[in-house]
Ligand binder design. Structure first.
Ligand code: BES
Ligand code: MN
Ligand code: ZN
Length: 519
């Protein structure tokens, strides 16, 4: 898809399909929907009037209606062959998220009809002056639209013999000509959106791959190829180096598999020298390319989903892709611990004790709590590489999904400043994370009788916190943010704006967190 930003009037734009947004002005329950277009164009409003009038189209989020404008349906003053009205929901609830979903809905509606070229008119909220619409900046509006459109382009039909090419050729985002400053902000948001969406889509593509294709070795190869192309440093190590570094916690997970593990280290150096003592950011990702549970094997029901247990790693790889292109003035090193968690004669057994790279001894009570084991060594290793601030992402616990559901991912931190930077980042990334505690009072929940710590809690209460408190042991005094994305990395239901499957969650927020440290 060739995506362009064009400062032009939608009326005169020739296109097979022009998408225009609508919101519902009705307030309160039980009142009839009051759909209204977000455009100042009288011609567009007139053309849409015949479908907005009868009350069938309610402008709900993801709702669309298509009007053909050719032949006897030709509309005065419009050059588009079709007008697609896309609902964004209640006017008062308009948000960047709704715009992202609206743009995605338009793209997927075009794809469903194999319409190859699409134009989307920027929402003109001033069309509804007098209504209390939330204010959205020009920059973030442009960014949301292009992100939503790009995310919507992907379909996971690579392995289907009946796949049809429905990809768009050209997407034109039409913004009204305006002041130089507004146009520049719009352009900046558009450019950033393209970078961010490409990174997020890269992450999603990795997460979508089945475990037999995306082995730890293959994940390493794909990360390396991305880094070479993007100008990042990248080393991919395997068993020998992992053992040499004394990453026995990581190795305890990997050793039951025929597939060798991969330790992927990616580095970004800013072009201009940073001050001495400037932060070095360490990004650490859980890359379990398949989690069977190991000897503590999972029930077979739903086990196929555990190919997405590398979504944290994929988020870090995607974030590095975006970082390479956004070029913040801060050094970043990313460590991905990739392994397959399998039962085997040589696999780790419940009750085994290992010494992590940090020297901490761990009793492995449950081999299915493997994510924290690989991250323990990943976090410690990132520190030895010079990281002064850490962030990790992992599909770490089912308990986090129980606690927060699938709309918010878990956020944990040992440091108020680092956490505040992450929360601030959310305003730009427009993702949803909810903070859970991991204060020292929880520490005795992972105290082992035989070793320093154990890899599960004393009981199942607060399982996401138990995992976080385990990781905190390895972050130590280093400011650290932990993202448990188990519930958000995979979209279970089909939506009008995005395909079922991998979401690419956390890429955008990690990027913005990194930018917050840019000099
Ligand atoms: N990868 C799973 C967590 C998970 C669950 C991710 C559901 C996505 C959806 C993790 O390795 C795991 O198995 N965790 C266990 C920990 C337990 C044994 C302490 C869990 O959550 O049940
Ligand atoms: Mn597991
Ligand atoms: Zn896992």
């Amino acid at each position: 898809m060739n995506t362009k930003l064009i400062f032009a009037d939608a009326n005169g734009f020739s296109t097979p399909m022009l998408a225009v947004f609508a919101v519902d002005l009705a307030n309160g329950k039980g009142t009839e929907a009051q759909p209204e277009l977000l455009t100042l164009s009288k011609e567009l409003a007139d053309a849409a009037a015949r479908v907005l009038g009868p009350g069938e189209f309610k402008a709900g989020l993801g709702e669309t209606v298509l009007i053909h404008l050719t032949g006897s349906n030709a509309a005065d003053g419009l050059k588009a062959e079709r007008l697609l009205v896309v609902g964004l929901g209640k006017a008062k609830d308009l948000s960047l998220d709704k715009l992202r979903k609206g743009a995605g809905t338009a793209v997927r509606a075009a794809k469903a009809r194999t319409v190859r070229d699409l134009a989307i008119a920027f929402p003109e909220t001033d069309a509804l002056a007098g209504e209390s619409l939330p204010e959205l900046s020009a920059k973030l509006t442009a960014r949301a639209l292009v992100e939503g459109a790009e995310l919507a382009e992907l379909d996971w039909d690579t392995y289907r013999s009946d796949r049809k090419d429905t990809s768009l050729r050209e997407l034109s985002l039409l913004a009204k000509a305006s002041s130089a400053a507004t146009e520049q902000a719009t352009q900046e948001g558009f450019d950033e959106g393209l970078i961010v969406a490409a990174a997020q889509n890269f992450t999603r593509t990795l997460v979508n791959e089945p475990g037999n294709v995306l082995t730890p070795t293959e994940l390493g190869a794909r990360a390396k190829a991305m880094c070479d192309e993007a100008g990042l440093g990248c080393e991919v190590y395997s068993t020998e180096k992992i053992r040499e570094l004394k990453m026995e916690s990581f190795w305890a997970v990997a050793k039951g598999s025929e597939q060798p593990p991969a330790l992927i280290v990616m580095t970004y150096e800013p072009a201009s020298e940073v001050a001495k003592g400037a932060p070095v950011l360490g990004l650490v990702g859980k890359g379990i390319t398949f989690d069977s549970g190991g000897i503590s094997i999972k029930p077979s029901d739903g086990m196929e989903k555990m190919k997405y247990d590398m979504a944290g790693a994929a988020a870090m790889i995607g974030a590095m892709h975006a970082i390479a292109r956004i070029k913040p003035a801060v050094k970043v090193v990313a460590v991905v611990c990739a392994a397959e968690n399998m039962p085997d004669g040589r696999a780790t057994k419940p009750g085994d004790v290992v010494t992590a790279m940090s020297g901490t001894t761990i009793e492995i009570v449950n081999t299915d709590a493997e994510g924290r084991l690989v991250l323990a060594d990943g976090l410690h290793y990132a520190k030895t590489l010079g990281a002064t601030h850490l962030i990790d992402a992992a599909t770490l616990t089912g308990a986090c999904v129980v606690a927060l559901g699938t709309l918010n991912a878990g956020l944990f931190s040992n440091d108020e400043a680092a956490c505040a930077k992450f929360v601030q980042a959310l305003a730009t990334s427009d993702e949803s994370f909810w903070r859970l505690p991991c204060t020292d009072e929880y520490r005795d929940r992972i105290t082992s009788e035989i070793a320093d710590i154990m890899n599960t809690g004393k009981n199942r209460w607060g399982g996401a916190i138990n995992a976080a408190i385990f990781l905190k042991e390895f972050a130590g005094e280093t400011p650290w943010v932990h993202l448990d994305i188990a519930g958000c990395a995979w979209i279970e239901e089909k939506k009008p704006w995005i395909a079922y499957g991998p979401s690419g969650v956390a890429v955008r927020s990690i990027l913005e967190w990194v930018r917050a440290y840019s000099e």
